[in-house]
Design a binder for this molecule. Structure first.
Ligand SMILES: NC(=O)c1ccc[n+]([C@@H]2O[C@H](COP(=O)([O-])OP(=O)(O)OC[C@H]3O[C@@H](n4cnc5c(N)ncnc54)[C@H](OP(=O)(O)O)[C@@H]3O)[C@@H](O)[C@H]2O)c1
Length: 304
């Protein structure tokens, strides 16, 4: 089976490509192979690659920058997934696409279910929701996997930012009124690659039973402040020399950003459990191996 994975230089794409078991042939496509900013070129490339299954974690993920580049965000996050989906649906090729908690407005305190009405607060969220709608409109066999607060020991993400600031500053001020579940790319990679373990027909059946949409995140919840505190404590416990002494909780209104973010990013995981049989670990458990990797890197490069 030939499996196309987009965005392999990213967190989720990298984790996923590394986990697809043989005899699958992984077609690892970076932007030089498939440029999602040029949706009209995609069908020709797909004809050439001829995948039997497509994973599309590639996306325009710069949440604040998207406010200034709405057309580009829309092209990459909506038009391009639409083009992939039309190609896939016409050939009965399943498409597994990734989306975000940022499709919701963050109201209330209950975990968002798949059938709750999305109402994005940002251009990024709106572009990801438009991508979901394009895929749904194309039909065929598809699964949109909404996840939240993605990080990994490598890449560009909150974990690495805190590790850097924790070695530069004595005090960090971190937002404490946005609640969600930090989710490692490894957790997503394990779960999604695992969906293939019973074969393509079983996956098709589950995609249909899920109505093409499922939430996937670590279990439990915290704030960015709670996540930062766990990172700092975890790195210190692993022998990384940090300068930070205080992590001060602040409100979103005291940390203005170009894009508005949801305050409630909790994702309900019942469908993931009932249809895919996946019960994700607590976010703290998924964080531990990433801290191990990061601490090894930081201590072996003398804190560099
Ligand atoms: N990061 C999060 O916190 C988060 C939260 C919820 C949902 N998600 C969703 O989860 C998925 C995976 O996110 P991630 O964290 O793995 O993202 P990421 O680390 O930012 O990686 C994004 C990937 O998309 C690629 N890409 C960007 N523009 C492209 C283009 N024009 N053509 C082809 N490839 C392009 C990037 O390639 P380059 O390396 O060449 O730029 C990179 O490989 C995305 O759908 C995202 O919306 C992410």
């Amino acid at each position: 089976m030939r499996i196309l994975v987009t965005g392999v230089t990213g967190q989720v794409g990298g984790a996923l490509a590394a986990r697809l078991p043989p005899p699958a042939i992984v077609l690892a496509a970076d932007r030089s192979v498939l440029d999602l900013a040029a949706p009209r070129t995609l069908a020709g490339t797909l004809d050439r690659l001829a995948p039997h299954l497509i994973f599309n974690p590639a996306a325009y993920t710069a949440v604040d920058k998207a406010e200034d580049e709405p057309e580009l965000a829309m092209r990459i996050n909506a038009e391009a997934p639409g083009a992939l989906a039309h190609w896939a649906a016409a050939r009965d090729v399943p498409l597994i696409h990734f989306s975000t908690d940022y499709v919701f407005d963050g109201s209330g305190a209950r975990a968002w279910r798949e059938d709750d009405t999305p109402q994005p607060l940002s251009v990024y969220g709106a572009s990801k929701l438009a991508g979901e709608n394009e895929i749904r409109g194309a039909g065929g066999t598809f699964l949109i996997v909404r996840t939240s607060w993605v990080y990994a020991a490598d890449g560009k993400n909150f974990l690495r930012t805190i590790a850097r600031l924790g070695r530069e500053r004595s005090e960090l001020r971190i937002v404490a009124d946005q609640i969600g579940a930090p989710t490692s790319a490894a957790l997503i990679g394990d779960a999604v690659a695992g969906m293939l373990s019973e074969g393509l027909e079983a996956l098709r059946d589950r995609c249909a039973r899920a109505g093409g949409l499922v939430h996937l995140a670590a279990s439990g919840e915290t704030s960015w402040h709670g996540f930062a505190s766990a990172i700092v404590e975890g790195l210190k416990a692993r022998g990384v020399a940090l300068t930070v002494e205080r992590i001060v909780p602040i409100a979103s209104k005291d940390y203005p950003t170009k894009a508005r973010r949801p305050q409630n990013s909790r994702l309900d995981l019942s469908r993931l459990k009932s249809i895919f049989g996946i019960a994700p670990p607590p976010w703290q458990d998924a964080l531990a191996p990433e801290l191990d990797r990061l601490a090894r890197e930081l201590t072996s490069t003398n804190g560099g």
